[in-house]
Ligand binder design. Structure first.
Ligand SMILES: Cc1ncc(COP(=O)(O)O)c(C=O)c1O
Length: 304
């Protein structure tokens, strides 16, 4: 569907201990269907077409990278898209929210629901009521995670990545890291940095993988999903100034911050080669910057 331009780029090192950290630029795949979104949608879009579905329906929140990606990919593939959006108050604010505005401009039809109703997102009766309302659709779950998404994410790692001791990814629903774990070597350790608090993620990942060469590192959620702190923003801006690599505030910035902290704490063995996956999500910067501006806090820098 879209040309891939992925490369591994040097990010930083600890010279004394001979630790090198690289970042896989999956964010370069595409501005809107970037990183894990491309990987997760690839086989799902093929399956939707195989089933002759003409409509995609999915779920997401106010800044969801997934919602933006589905809207764009659906338009690109000639499919109708419906987004069930968490927070009925957002219905009045589509044009103030860069993610929803983008999705709407790309033809996505929204159904805004309260947080209570949104919790039924996997409930059979609720999904049936959506079919009654919107007609038949191909369902893509929240965050895009299902078996076909995991299959797509097994294509993130390639031959040249075999030399790394550690593969690192941000975690939301767990689909991306599941694909990475499945395609990693047994002598590689896969580390996940959850962008949200909660113990349920271990089990979500175990639904897809039986391998044991992985662990989640908690403590770098910066207050929870979608939350940012001035410390995180300063970190992102410094990283951007050093490397010219933009991170997203919800996922990848927390992962890169976490890796740097773990190096300082001596978590990684000397001579380690670490590969962080840049899973994209750059579209979310605009929305977070709007919030930071309202709070009169420093914003995320970008020159592109
Ligand atoms: C940019 C970005 N990185 C990482 C993740 C986490 O991926 P997953 O939900 O598969 O754990 C997401 C959410 O899907 C994301 O948008």
């Amino acid at each position: 569907m879209i040309p891939l331009k992925v490369k591994n780029q040097f990010a930083f090192s600890d010279k004394e201990r001979n630790i090198d950290v690289y970042i896989k630029r999956e964010d370069l795949i595409h501005p809107f269907v970037s990183g894990n979104k491309f990987r997760k949608l690839k086989y799902n879009l093929a399956e939707a077409k195989k089933q002759n579905c003409t409509t995609l329906l999915t779920f997401g929140g106010a800044f969801s990278n997934h919602i933006a990606a589905v809207a764009f990919a659906g338009k690109f593939e000639g499919l109708k898209t419906i987004g069930i959006i968490r927070g009925d108050e957002l219905a009045e604010k589509i044009n103030d929210n860069p993610t929803l505005k983008f999705a709407s401009e790309n033809g996505m039809q929204f159904e805004f629901v309260s947080r209570d109703i949104y919790r039924n997102k996997t409930d059979k009766a609720f999904l049936l009521s959506l079919k009654e309302k919107f007609g038949d659709f191909y369902l893509i779950p929240e965050g895009g995670t299902n078996e076909l998404a995991v299959k797509g994410c097994t294509e993130i790692l390639t031959e040249e990545d075999k030399k790394f001791n550690y593969i690192v990814s941000a975690v939301g629903t767990g689909g991306t890291i599941a694909g990475i774990i499945k395609s990693s070597l047994s002598n590689q350790q896969v580390l996940g940095f959850p962008a949200l608090k909660g113990d349920f993620l271990q089990n979500e990942i175990r639904n897809f993988v039986s391998e044991t060469n992985w662990q989640l590192v908690n403590g770098f959620e910066f207050g929870g999903y979608g939350k940012v702190t001035p410390e995180l923003i300063t970190f992102m801006n410094d990283f951007y100034a050093e490397t010219q690599i933009l991170l997203d505030p919800i996922y990848t910035a927390k992962m890169v911050f976490g890796v740097r902290s773990l190096i300082k704490d001596g978590f990684f063995a000397d001579n380690s080669r670490i590969l962080m996956i840049h899973t994209g999500g750059i579209q979310g910067i605009a929305g977070i910057n709007n919030l930071l501006e309202k709070k009169k806090l420093p914003k995320i820098n970008r020159n592109d």
